[in-house]
Every structure is written in C-alpha cells, then in structure tokens.
Design a protein around this ligand. Structure first.
Ligand SMILES: NC(=O)c1ccc[n+]([C@@H]2O[C@H](COP(=O)([O-])OP(=O)(O)OC[C@H]3O[C@@H](n4cnc5c(N)ncnc54)[C@H](O)[C@@H]3O)[C@@H](O)[C@H]2O)c1
Length: 254
C-alpha cells in the first residue's frame, strides 16, 4: 500500500508530530516548514528529511502531501489549515483550533468542501488518566454532572514554551480547552457519603492523536476530535474572553 506523504508546519510542538509520523509504517515523513531558518536546518540535518521549506504554502504546492500537521502559533492555524485543505491535504491542527468562532467555522467549512479530514490535536483525550475519567463518566459514576472545573498547576514558570503561552490564545485557552486531571483517584459523593473511585487506567501510550489521525485517513472515516469538537471548545473560549471583557455571565448551547 502506498504510504501517506506527511508534512509538518512549525517545528516546536511539531517535532512531536514528526517523530510519530517517522515511527509510523504507513507514513512517509516527506517535508517540513518553518519560518525560522536555523530551526529548519537543524531539524533537516537531524532527520535527513528532503523537503525543507521556509514557506508552508510553497510546501503545500510542491510536495504532493496527503496529510499535514499545523503546529504554529494560534493566529496562523486558520489561514494555513484552510490553504492545506484547499490543496486537498488532510489536516491535523494544533489546539486551540483558532482565534475565534468565525475562523473555526471557516476551517470546518473548508474541510467539508474539500472532503478532507480536519482533526484538532486534543492530545489529553489520549492521555490514559483522562480516558479513565471519561470511562467513569460514561459508567455514570458521577451521576448527572452539572459543574466542571479544571485546574493545572505548574510551579516552575514556563521553560521551553514559546511566546504564545502567555498571549491571547495562550494560557487560558490551553488550560480551559480540555480537562487536566493527573490523579488516579476520583472523588464524588452519594447520599451524603464520600465515594472514592480508583479507575482502571488504560495502557499508557497505547494510542496517540497522531496514530488516530493517520488511521482515520487510511480508513476514510471521521477522526475522533473532529472540527466540530474544536468549535465547541472555541465557543467556551470566546465566552471566557467575552465574560472577562464585559463582566457578565455567558450562556450558550454546545
Ligand atoms: N496539543 C498540545 O498538547 C500542545 C502542546 C504545546 C503546544 N501546542 C500548540 O502548538 C502550537 C505551537 O506551539 P509551540 O509550543 O510549538 O510554539 P513554538 O513557538 O515553540 O513553535 C512554533 C514554531 O512555528 C514556527 N512558525 C511560526 N509561524 C510560522 C508560519 N507562519 N509558518 C511556518 N512556521 C511558523 C516558529 O518559527 C516555531 O518554530 C500552538 O497552537 C500551541 O497551542 C499544543
């Protein structure tokens, strides 16, 4: 079977995408793009990848790609994703999907018009602890959930993260976009009594978002974490910013 030709745009987080494509027998890691020439040369030298571009649009034009990861700062997600889809390339786009709901909807529309997959890299969905939590939710362990709160603690600053982390589209979006639960015990109450659930945690690393993306393309099916899920999260994010700006409670349908 012909391998899927993969490209990666953005060589920060994108290096993780690249590593997974290189390790996937169904994929040929064909080309990389980054505006940072130094980073580009360094990664090309490390990996021996032949297609090397400082302009992602040129890469889409010349490389005959089947799939591409868009792992650049958030403000470039929509234009690059739409450009790739218009060239007939399936896209795995980093989270958060876009800068606002309007952009996210345009990305979904481009995917539908092209008939190509658009998956959002909600990587924590593939985290075994998050999967364990989801299993308990589905089993009804927590009853009817009417309130959710996620907290992520980091005690040592932000080493290794780029400028996006503290900008709009950065920290709040990253942390509120999906649940982060790093404990292996879940607490709830039943009839006034504390109930502690120790979940069955799925095997670590058994499946990654990158493998799911590739499989969805090969199997010609919708990926898990499709564009519509990105849009749901985007509504929450837009609501958070609006609430902070206007000091009001925001209500919306998901
Ligand atoms: N899924 C996750 O768990 C996860 C984790 C970290 C970051 N992210 C997301 O990944 C994205 C990138 O974050 P990062 O930490 O890798 O940032 P980063 O700044 O470390 O890397 C981004 C790279 O993109 C390049 N770049 C910028 N604009 C470009 C353009 N127009 N064309 C080509 N290359 C361009 C930069 O030169 C840089 O090398 C963000 O959207 C972020 O939210 C997701």
């Amino acid at each position: 079977m012909k391998k899927l030709r993969a490209g990666v745009v953005g060589l920060g987080m994108g290096r993780g995408h690249m590593g997974s494509y290189i390790g996937n027998d169904s994929v040929e890691m064909a080309a990389i793009a980054d505006i940072n020439e130094e980073r580009l040369k360094e990664v090309a030298a490390e990996t021996g990848i032949k297609g090397v571009y400082s302009d992602a649009l040129e890469m889409f034009e010349k490389e005959d790609l089947d799939i591409v990861s868009i792992a650049v700062p958030n403000k470039f997600h929509a234009p690059l994703t739409i450009a790739a889809l218009e060239k007939g390339i399936h896209v795995l786009c980093e989270k958060p999907m876009a800068m606002n709901l309007g952009e996210a909807q345009q990305m979904k529309k481009a995917s539908e018009e092209a008939g190509k997959n658009l998956m959002i890299n909600f990587s924590y969905r593939f985290n075994p602890l998050c999967q364990a939590l989801r299993q308990e939710v589905d089993k009804g362990t927590f009853g009817n959930i009417y309130f959710g709160r996620t907290v992520w603690h980091r005690r040592r600053g932000m080493p290794g993260f780029g400028g996006w982390f503290g900008d709009k589209g950065g920290l709040v979006q990253k942390n509120e976009g999906q649940g982060y639960d790093q404990t292996a015990e879940f607490y709830t109450d039943k009839d006034g009594e504390l109930v502690v659930t120790v979940p069955d945690i799925p095997d670590k690393g058994s499946f990654s978002p990158y493998e799911e993306f590739v499989s969805s393309v090969l199997e010609k099916r919708k990926p898990s974490a499709p564009a519509e899920d990105g849009i749901k999260v985007q509504k929450i994010l837009d609501g958070l910013y609006r609430s902070a700006r206007e000091g009001i409670e925001i209500r919306f349908d998901t």
